[in-house]
Design a protein around this ligand. Structure first.
Ligand SMILES: C[S@@+](CC[C@H](N)C(=O)[O-])C[C@H]1O[C@@H](n2cnc3c(N)ncnc32)[C@H](O)[C@@H]1O
Length: 313
């Protein structure tokens, strides 16, 4: 079982920021947030230690079942504790400027500047909406959502923008078909889902995708980046597998390649009466800024995977 005190032993917890603070992100902190260049790193260490402090007082071990999967219906407190241990935070992956480097980013910016809306699903700190805001996208048409609001709240401390960054935040579970996200039905032109599908097994990815389709407009785009796999394969979640953390109760996580992603969206189309144009791209994770130690726990074949799904019918 994973106890709070084990956090630092997880394979995706790195003490040092290392090469993950890239110039594009550094610029965001300096120009958008107004933090002096010499203070940026200290500021980041401070925020992440606040995050750890907020969660670590909970000492109970996670309630794992005999086969090392989480039981459904956890208390919110335990769920929040388990959500803390994401590589995106523990490995400083949230600092990688993937968002402005997506091949579809210029199209997104221009669509949003013409008045379209965007919802960042599983937004965590909300760093990707900040890239858009810094590039001149108005925040009035931005929505953000996460299963825990703590990350979002910390985002204001991280970017020091409480007075001028005001997307509408909704705390919700993207797997829940009756959550408050239904308030946005027909109002979302672009969904951003960075590093979220890959948290779940295929069945839950299908549920999530259908949920987004139900909320989005008739010409919605669903775009993001995540960990993929050249083999397109599921990896088990559990302490015995070297992946000792859990995410929203999935027992496995499916890492996609182009074919498995297309198949998923084919099925989404069939089950929702919609049609999709799907583009993907894969790159070595090292090119994105990961170090070897960051990816060892993912097994062989892990890659960077970016996607754009455009609703065309
Ligand atoms: C790996 S992090 C990615 C965060 C951010 N999008 C990024 O790229 O840095 C996954 C995020 O999804 C959220 N999350 C996990 N399960 C969720 C669910 N069922 N519904 C909504 N958000 C969820 C987590 O709280 C976390 O902020």
């Amino acid at each position: 079982m994973v106890a709070a005190s084990d956090t630092v032993q997880l394979p995706f917890f790195r003490n040092k920021i290392g090469p993950r603070l890239k110039p594009q992100t550094r610029l965001l902190f300096e120009k958008y947030s107004g933090i002096a260049p010499e203070d940026v790193e200290a500021h980041l260490y401070n925020i992440v230690s606040v995050l750890c402090e907020r969660f670590t007082p909970i000492r109970d071990p996670l309630p794992l079942t005999s086969n090392n999967t989480l039981t459904y219906g956890l208390k919110q407190r335990d769920r929040a504790w388990s959500l803390q241990k994401y590589p995106c935070v523990g490995q400083w992956v949230f600092l990688l400027p993937r968002m402005p480097q997506l091949p579809w980013y210029p199209d997104m910016v221009s669509r949003l500047q013409r008045g379209s809306s965007i919802l960042d699903i599983g937004c965590c700190f909300g760093q990707d909406l900040r890239f858009l805001a810094a590039d001149g996208v108005p925040t009035g048409n931005m929505y953000a959502s996460d299963i825990v609001s703590t990350f979002w709240d910390l985002g204001f401390d991280l970017f020091r923008d409480k007075t001028f960054f005001n997307p509408h935040f909704i705390e919700a579970d993207i797997l829940d078909t009756e959550s408050r996200l239904q308030e946005l039905k027909g109002k979302v032109d672009i969904f951003l889902a960075n590093q979220v599908f890959h948290l779940f097994n295929r069945e839950r990815q299908l549920t999530m995708a259908k949920n987004l389709v139900g909320i989005g407009t008739k010409d919605v785009w669903i775009v993001g980046w995540q960990v993929g796999s050249g083999h397109g394969r599921s990896i088990p979640v559990g302490t015995t597998t070297g992946v000792p953390y859990v995410s929203s109760d999935s027992d496995t996580r499916l890492f996609h390649n182009h074919e498995t992603w297309k198949e998923l969206w084919q099925q989404v189309g069939e089950q929702t009466g919609t049609e999709w144009s799907v583009e993907t791209s894969m790159q070595p994770l090292e090119e994105w800024g990961y170090e070897k130690e960051d990816t060892a726990w993912m097994g062989t074949g892990a890659t960077g995977f970016e996607y754009m799904c455009r609703r065309v019918g």
